[in-house]
Design a binder for this molecule. Structure first.
Ligand SMILES: Cc1cc2nc3c(=O)[nH]c(=O)nc-3n(C[C@H](O)[C@H](O)[C@H](O)COP(=O)(O)OP(=O)(O)OC[C@H]3O[C@@H](n4cnc5c(N)ncnc54)[C@H](O)[C@@H]3O)c2cc1C
Length: 459
């Protein structure tokens, strides 16, 4: 016998809990199933722990630079990794418990702890318990990929989850993958005091970004003593005493690096392989992403997929927006769509990179006639005052329609300042409107109108 509910939600990540709140608020009975940690990746092994650790790393970095500001610290700056971890654990535990107790106290919501598997399109099992509902929402998230590289099975390696449990400093951390997650850990551990090498197969870091942005990021990390090995086409691993030998290149530079620890940061895959989706007839693509339409319905009526598992965004804000889209369509008669969303994200190295919309390369490839505004951060008063002048800001506009197509702010406060541009893009306003705004002085944002006054054609 199955226990019947109006709706079942699989996963207490970024979309599941708020959806449970809306559905129960509308009078529905909801079963929410979570197999591991309430709050999912962002709260437990993603955004929150990393940004909390990054704050500790920033404090150490600033303390080491104290003399630049006329502040005297006598003796070396030390980092107590046990306290750093305890601070991170406290932040994460508070957030996780908040979600757990919110769900536990939610009227009409029953929480099941265990692994959910489809038995049929409207039925799932959680251990020996069977649950049934006309509507099932999958918010199963994703996990780190461990690629099948030569020797990987012969060495111990860390993932973005297991590295969070370290409370001692790696002597030499070798990070495989020069993208967002790898870069954040690289700078964080360098600032904690480890030697760090980033090993990237491709010709540059964060390859999805424009070359100038990617080059500026490389300059920032190298200035802190992080070694970067690009074009590492021969990555392989072997035990080396108590350390790990990481094969890097077959042609250029030293062929091998010896690290005390290896972190794999080479991407993530959706948690769709162990959901029994075949029993429900839910279609996935070759990468395991659950196929959805613009309103997040799967190919099976009554089943939706939200968040990272649907491949339509790999961020907390996109997962949360998926919840908003589903709730608006189901409960508010408001046909919100994924395609209304403008791509936006940040890379939380220091200084951070805030991004909105297209890169210059994407806009050119799309055949747009574009104009570009650019300003180095050492020509931004706020950055000079703060003594943090690395990076650049850049904006791309459509030469014909005057629409803002995209922007990147790599610089102090870039993760916040980008929102002035993003909001204008959502408002559908021409760049001239932003150019005539009167921003607050002194801010990073105040240079955005100036930059728009100096647009040049694409070369
Ligand atoms: C190191 C790192 C840093 C990040 N930093 C950022 C950042 O700064 N900003 C940002 O926007 N994004 C960041 N992300 C990405 C962000 O964490 C994810 O995109 C986001 O958490 C996805 O949310 P979700 O709701 O789709 O899935 P998740 O948060 O992963 O939640 C899915 C939940 O489903 C559960 N589950 C899975 N399968 C089952 C099952 N069969 N039965 C029951 N339960 C199940 C899981 O246990 C999990 O709790 C980061 C990710 C990582 C790894």
């Amino acid at each position: 016998m199955s226990r019947r509910f109006d709706a079942i939600i699989i996963g207490a990540g970024q979309a599941g809990p708020p959806l449970a709140g809306r559905l129960t608020g509308a009078g529905m009975s909801v079963a929410l199933v979570e197999r591991k940690l309430f709050g999912g990746t962002c709260v437990n092994t993603g955004c929150m722990p990393t940004k909390t650790l990054i704050a500790s790393a920033y404090a150490a970095h600033l303390a080491r630079r104290a003399a630049d500001y006329g502040v005297v610290i006598r003796g070396p700056v030390g980092v107590d990794m046990k306290s750093v971890r305890a601070r991170k654990d406290a932040v994460v535990t508070r957030a996780r418990s908040g979600i757990q107790s919110w769900l536990a106290g939610m009227e009409r919501c029953t929480v099941f702890e265990g692994h959910a598997r489809f038995e049929s399109p409207h039925e799932i099992s959680v251990g020996a318990t069977r649950l049934a509902a006309e509507r099932i929402f999958i918010n199963a998230g994703g996990r780190a990929v461990a690629p099948d590289l030569p020797g990987i099975d012969r060495v111990d390696y860390l993932t973005n989850s297991s590295i969070l449990e370290l409370d001692a400093l790696p002597q030499h951390l070798v990070i495989i993958g020069g993208s967002y997650i790898g870069l954040e850990f690289a700078q964080m551990y360098r600032r904690f005091g480890s030697a760090v090498t980033i090993v990237e197969m491709g010709p540059r870091l964060i390859q999805r970004e424009d070359e100038d942005v990617s080059a500026a990021v490389k300059e920032i990390v190298e200035a802190e003593g992080i070694a970067v090995r690009l074009n590492a086409e021969c990555i392989r691993f072997a035990p080396h005493g108590g350390d790990i030998a990481v094969g890097v290149s077959c042609t250029e530079g030293p062929p091998e690096i010896i690290g005390s620890h290896v972190l794999l940061a080479v991407g993530r895959r959706p948690n769709s392989d162990d959901l029994g989706l075949d029993r429900a007839g839910v279609a996935i693509d070759a990468r395991g992403q659950i196929l959805v339409d613009d309103q997040l319905c799967t190919n099976v009526p009554g089943i939706w997929a939200l968040g990272e598992c649907n491949g339509r965004g790999a961020f907390t804000h996109t997962a949360y927006n998926d919840f908003e889209i589903v709730a608006a369509n189901l409960l508010d008669n408001d046909p919100r769509r994924v395609s209304d969303r403008i791509i936006s994200y940040a890379l939380y190295i220091d200084p951070p990179l805030g991004r909105a919309g297209m890169t210059e390369t994407e806009a050119s490839r799309a055949g747009r006639k574009i104009r570009i505004g650019m300003r180095p951060m050492d020509k931004v008063g706020r950055a000079i005052e703060k003594g943090e002048t690395q990076g650049l800001m850049k904006i791309i506009v459509d030469a014909e329609s005057e629409a803002i197509l995209g922007a990147a702010i790599l610089g102090v406060g870039g993760d916040e300042a980008i929102h002035g541009i993003l909001d204008m893009m959502y408002a559908g306003r021409s760049y001239t409107r932003l150019q005539r705004s009167v921003p607050i002085h002194p801010t990073v944002s105040e240079l955005i109108p100036t930059m728009l006054g100096e647009l040049r054609p694409e070369v």
